[in-house]
Write a protein of this length. Structure first.
Length: 108
């Protein structure tokens, strides 16, 4: 599980940066080629992979994923809900709510 041991946003960004680098290397793409394919500067990519800069825009991150052919994996992060929120709201109308106890209920 990704959250285990990664308690801060920075921890998760470092993990994602490392994974991005691993995928880039596995695809046999240089940082320069990735920069050309993605439109993200070589400096940004280098700093991200080195952990120097952990502030990357979502737009740039998606562009980097596209450069290595991994953009389809974004749907894995937030999969579609099994039921639309409005349908859940309708169902919740029919679920009985927990009754609250009042002082009158507890006194005998």
């Amino acid at each position: 599980m990704i959250a285990d041991g990664y308690t801060t946003n920075q921890d998760l960004i470092i993990l994602l940066s490392q994974r991005l680098k691993e995928y880039r290397l596995a695809a046999r793409i240089s940082q320069r080629e990735m920069a050309e394919r993605s439109g993200v500067s070589l400096t940004t990519i280098s700093h991200l992979e080195q952990g120097v800069n952990q502030n990357i825009t979502l737009n740039n991150f998606i562009s980097l994923l596209r450069a290595i052919g991994m953009e389809q994996r974004l749907t894995d992060l937030l999969p579609e809900l099994p039921m639309p929120p409005m349908a859940l709201k309708q169902i919740n109308k029919y679920i009985p709510k927990r009754a609250r106890r009042t002082n009158d209920d507890t006194e005998s």
